[in-house]
Design a protein around this ligand. Structure first.
Ligand SMILES: CC(C)(COP(=O)(O)OP(=O)(O)OC[C@H]1O[C@@H](n2cnc3c(N)ncnc32)[C@H](O)[C@@H]1OP(=O)(O)O)[C@@H](O)C(=O)NCCC(=O)NCCS
Length: 466
């Protein structure tokens, strides 16, 4: 998402920069600081409401630990938990296993990108997991005053939550202690989450015969997300999210589009792997999967609490929809237009009127949150219609939503037999002129509308034949 004020970055992208979320420091200009702080907090509020009591499965591989990102990731997860999000952490341990193997003068054996885990490699995997698990527990135990972890008091719970089965013999190769997830102890995980613990899961599973298996953390994360009915599966990746052929970040993708990308040989192997398991989770009912670069400080927060995020979000369907409003949208519309009513850009309407006229509204809905609206008031006798209340929230302006809403209203107007659309505006005449409207006079309005014309506003009248 864009920052609430797009001229102000919401967060610094480097650890060296001020941790004050891109806002000026108090004292520079107290009033500006306060206004921006409140605006920022309010912009985050819808996400906080939406994700309260939802479960997020956040997975990262051992590279994130090696890169020294653990403390910051855990701080962000602790904040999420404080905001009511139920947090499950799944960690990987690939580079740490490699390190353990190196220390023992052993080589890792891979087949088609999958580790062949013999008894010695399993020992390395156990040791690597044990160390990372302790590091994560330590990171969640921080509590120094004046840090994001002060008063966090987080208990981390882990255990034998994953039942595994062996990969077995594939292409004539025995994968030995390499396993696949067979079952997740979802009820126990839910119980721990209900107690407000953070659940920590390592890439190891156990068979009913008591044998241990090394698992892909992506397999574990995806299976856990499905089993606990997670709202989001988030992979914190060494690489940026998915990019198009020009190297541009793809911020949102539907499952079919993501599946099509899987066949693309230019895809980074790690990203392809995350994508495969993301798609598996989505197909089994997890609503959203994300691939977020951990290199961006606060990337997790930016991805979850802002509109555009900093990684790639994959969803089963198109996220943004332009649709006719329903009674459930009244609150969202009121919120959208309130600042514009307050500064006089729009005429005051009030809840009662919006409720009565809700069928005349079209809205742009992005993942359950409204980013724009417009209304059509018909004057059938004159075959005219008024395009009113066209609003796009500041953080989404300049991306074509205003025009899409206008086209939608034109479409609805045509369907209602309207031949001319008019608009009354005090501030956006040029916007409409650029889109085929021409300046008109009050006398060209339908008689009923002329009577309602507010002379104190002195709105300009613009007309378009549709
Ligand atoms: C007018 C409004 C709906 C446009 O929404 P939007 O989603 O930003 O529109 P689009 O992305 O389709 O168009 C963006 C373009 O319009 C321009 N634009 C935005 N507001 C404008 C205004 N008031 N006057 C002239 N041009 C404007 C932008 O500079 C941008 O120009 P560019 O494409 O050359 O860079 C939005 O700015 C808004 O909500 N304004 C406040 C409410 C209002 O005035 N409504 C109209 C009265 S009913």
């Amino acid at each position: 998402m864009n920052a609430p004020d797009s001229t102000q970055p919401l967060a610094s992208s480097s650890e060296d920069e001020s941790p004050c979320l891109g806002l000026p420091m108090l004292g520079d200009d107290d009033a500006t600081y306060q206004a921006q702080f409140v605006a920022w907090f309010r912009a985050v509020a819808p996400y906080v409401h939406a994700f309260k009591r939802r479960t997020f499965v956040v997975a990262f591989d051992g590279e994130a630990v090696q890169a020294g990102r653990l403390a910051r990731i855990c701080e962000d997860l602790a904040l999420m938990r404080a905001l009511g999000i139920r947090v499950v952490v799944v960690h990987g341990s690939r580079p740490q296993i490699e390190e353990q193997l190196r220390l023992r003068n052993m080589q890792s054996v891979m087949h088609k990108g999958v580790r062949v885990t013999d008894a010695a490699a399993l020992e390395c995997a156990k040791k690597a997991s044990g160390e990372i698990r302790l590091d994560i527990e330590a990171a969640f135990s921080q509590g120094l005053a004046n840090t994001p972890m002060a008063n966090a008091d987080i208990k981390v719970l882990s255990g034998n939550f994953i039942t595994a089965r062996p990969v077995g013999v594939v292409d004539g190769i025995d994968f030995q202690h390499t396993g696949l997830v067979r079952k997740v102890a979802a009820e126990i995980i839910q119980m721990a989450l209900n107690e407000r613990s953070v659940v920590l899961i390592s890439p190891l599973g156990f068979s009913p015969t008591g044998e241990a298996f090394y698992l892909d953390m992506e397999d574990v994360a995806s299976a856990v997300a499905v089993a606990v009915h997670a709202e989001k599966l988030i992979f914190l990746a060494e690489t940026p999210g998915l990019t198009d052929s020009d190297g541009e970040l793809l911020r949102e993708l539907t499952s079919p589009a993501a599946a099509a990308l899987l066949g693309n040989s230019t895809l980074h192997p790690d990203v392809a792997f995350y994508l495969r398991f993301s798609l598996r989770a989505l197909a089994a009912g997890v609503p959203r999967a994300h691939i977020v670069p951990y290199a961006i400080d606060g990337g997790l927060m930016l991805e979850v609490f802002t509109h555009d995020g900093v990684g790639t979000m994959i969803s089963p369907d198109q996220l943004e929809s332009l649709r006719d409003a329903t009674i459930d949208d009244v609150g969202g519309i009121l919120k959208l237009i309130a600042p514009l009513e307050a500064d006089g850009t729009l005429v005051k309407r009030g809840r009662g009127r919006i409720e009565r006229e809700i069928e005349q509204f079209s809205v742009i809905d992005h993942d359950g949150r409204l980013f724009g609206c417009a209304a059509l008031y018909a004057f059938p006798a004159e075959k005219m219609g008024e395009l009113a209340c066209l609003t796009v929230t500041p953080e989404a302006q300049g991306m074509g939503d205003g025009e899409r809403l206008m086209l939608r209203i034109e479409q609805r107007a045509r369907a209602a037999g309207i031949e001319q659309l008019f608009v009354l505006t005090t501030r956006a005449a040029h916007w409409f002129l650029k889109r085929g409207f021409v300046l008109a006079t009050i006398e060209q309005l339908p008689k009923d509308r002329q009577r309602m014309y507010n002379w104190s506003r002195m709105s300009q009248v613009l007309l378009k034949r549709i």
